[in-house]
Design a protein around this ligand. Structure first.
Ligand SMILES: Nc1ncnc2c1ncn2[C@@H]1O[C@H](COP(=O)(O)OP(=O)(O)OP(=O)(O)O)[C@@H](O)[C@H]1O
Length: 464
């Protein structure tokens, strides 16, 4: 069991922007939002943060008193002012959150990081970053490959890494890395009985080093649907999911080990008010679809939070809680990351400008709710390797029983003979499975050793 970890990140003010509600004390209306830094500094990083929403009770006769609502998150990143001693850089965000994702991948857990927030609040900056100031996705990929080369220096481990990149635009799934020859832009979402929802025909790209990933990331980013809006010159008009499938195989005390980890790195489109963005026509339709799927995400988060609270209170009468995963493509595809088999992190991005007070408060509430989600991450072990381990345990058990039987002169009894037979069968099966598994990995390594060339002929998405 693991709760969804929630971090909040404050972006800098725009040059032309309204006053900063982080330090701004003149009340724009009766309501002022103070993002009060009540953080605990631990090992040089902000470990826990609380953001306070102070609402002075102006006009009610007790103007001196303030109603204070406090939100507490797992992490709060103050990135509004590079000169501040509290300033949190892209590197610090990676060190605090990203290194855990890399660790999860090596341990065989699924992981997910998703950035949520108002349009222009810094989701793409946090997830992808700018050139020379990269965000979590490139840093996690780099971290993964640097740990692979470190590991292979002293260990006989083998690795296989595949990436895919899709966007959900107006409720349709597009492959951002599809080949020019592939025919469809509107991919179907299907459900695997064991592995859950997946995108049919989504291209998967084998990568050997960070350079390969970088090429794919750049190609996908060019393909992503963006547009200038009243709030952001390069606004993402789609939700983007960058997925890494990471497989690790090795012999540990002569025992095969194989784990698979799926990492979803998600840059959501921003919530927006049509009046603030000035959207009309196509942009307005996009905005409507974006908001609709974010509302569904909010409903899923709320339902999961209710379920977790219910589970934590066994004496309370159980409520019937329905989780509306299927109400949007986004929530359906992220089903495992939300309330399932994944270690998940939400990064809520907010603006410190007073004009964004309403959206900031709503993001803080949304993030507060997400903290209550309890996931059930498990190590994803290869089914054959699991079988080998179980058979070996059975062999050890039979051997002990036979040795005990030997001591009390049962060796020629029918029970002992059938045990002996079973033991031999199991040993033969283990040998056969281990051989198959070793051959499979040798083949994979041979494919990986032949120099791969990334196909750069990616298709461009249709407009609108
Ligand atoms: N923490 C930050 N430090 C420096 N610049 C930032 C930060 N956060 C955002 N920005 C800048 O603000 C602008 C808008 O940010 P970004 O595109 O990341 O927003 P977004 O939340 O992804 O918006 P949308 O939902 O419209 O796509 C970009 O130019 C980005 O570089």
């Amino acid at each position: 069991m693991a709760s969804v970890k929630v971090a909040v990140r404050v972006r800098p003010l725009n040059r032309s922007c309204a006053p900063n509600i982080l330090e701004f004390h003149r009340m724009p209306t009766e309501i002022a939002l103070f993002l009060v830094a009540t953080k605990i500094k631990k090992e040089g990083l902000w470990e826990t943060g609380a953001l306070k929403d102070k609402i002075p009770e102006g006009g009610s006769g007790d103007s001196g008193r303030e109603r204070t609502k406090t939100f507490t998150y797992d992490f709060s990143f103050y990135s509004a002012d590079t000169k501040s001693p509290d300033y949190v850089s892209q590197e610090m965000v990676f060190k605090t959150l990203g290194t855990d994702v890399v660790k999860s991948a090596f341990e065989g857990y699924n992981a997910c990081v998703f950035a949520y927030g108002q349009t222009g609040s810094g989701k793409s900056y946090t997830m992808m970053g700018n050139s020379g100031d990269s965000g979590l996705i490139p840093r996690i990929c780099e971290g993964l490959f640097s740990r692979i080369s470190e590991t292979t220096r002293w260990d006989e481990a083998s690795f296989r890494t595949e990436v895919s990149y899709l966007e959900i635009y107006n409720e349709r799934v597009r492959d951002l890395l599809r080949r020019k020859s592939s025919k469809t832009f509107n991919l179907r979402v299907r459900e695997h009985p064991k592995e859950g929802p997946y995108v049919e025909d989504l291209s998967k790209h084998l990568v050997q080093n960070y350079g390969d990933v970088e090429e794919l990331m750049d190609a996908g980013n060019i393909n992503r649907t963006t547009a200038a809006t009243g709030m952001n010159d390069v606004s993402s008009r789609s939700h983007a999911i960058f997925t890494i499938k990471f497989t690790q195989a090795k012999f540990d005390s002569e025992m095969p080990c194989e784990t698979v980890s799926k990492i979803h790195l998600v840059d959501l489109a921003g919530s927006e008010r049509a009046d603030a963005t000035g959207a009309t026509g196509v942009r307005l339709k996009e905005g409507g679809n974006i908001n609709k799927s974010l509302v569904t995400l909010g409903n899923v988060i709320s339902a999961l939070a209710d379920l977790s609270q219910d589970a934590a209170n066994p004496s309370a009468k159980k409520k019937q809680v329905f989780v509306p995963y299927r109400d949007s493509v986004l929530t359906w595809l992220l089903k495992d990351s939300l309330g399932g088999n994944s270690k998940t992190i939400m990064i809520a991005t907010i603006s410190p400008a007073d004009v964004n007070y309403g959206e900031t408060l709503s993001t803080l509430r949304y993030a507060n709710r997400a903290k209550n989600i309890i996931n059930k991450p498990t190590i994803n072990e290869d089914a054959n390797v699991k079988l080998i381990r179980e058979l070996r345990a059975e062999i050890a058990r039979l051997k002990t029983l036979l040795a005990q039987g030997n001591q009390i002169a049962l060796l020629d009894s029918p029970t002992a003979l059938s045990m002996e037979e079973k033991l031999q069968q199991n040993e033969a099966r283990v040998q056969e499975l281990t051989k198959e598994w070793t051959n499979k990995w040798n083949e994979t390594q041979n494919i990986l050793k032949t120099k791969m060339v990334i196909d750069r002929t990616f298709a461009m998405p249709p407009i609108g």
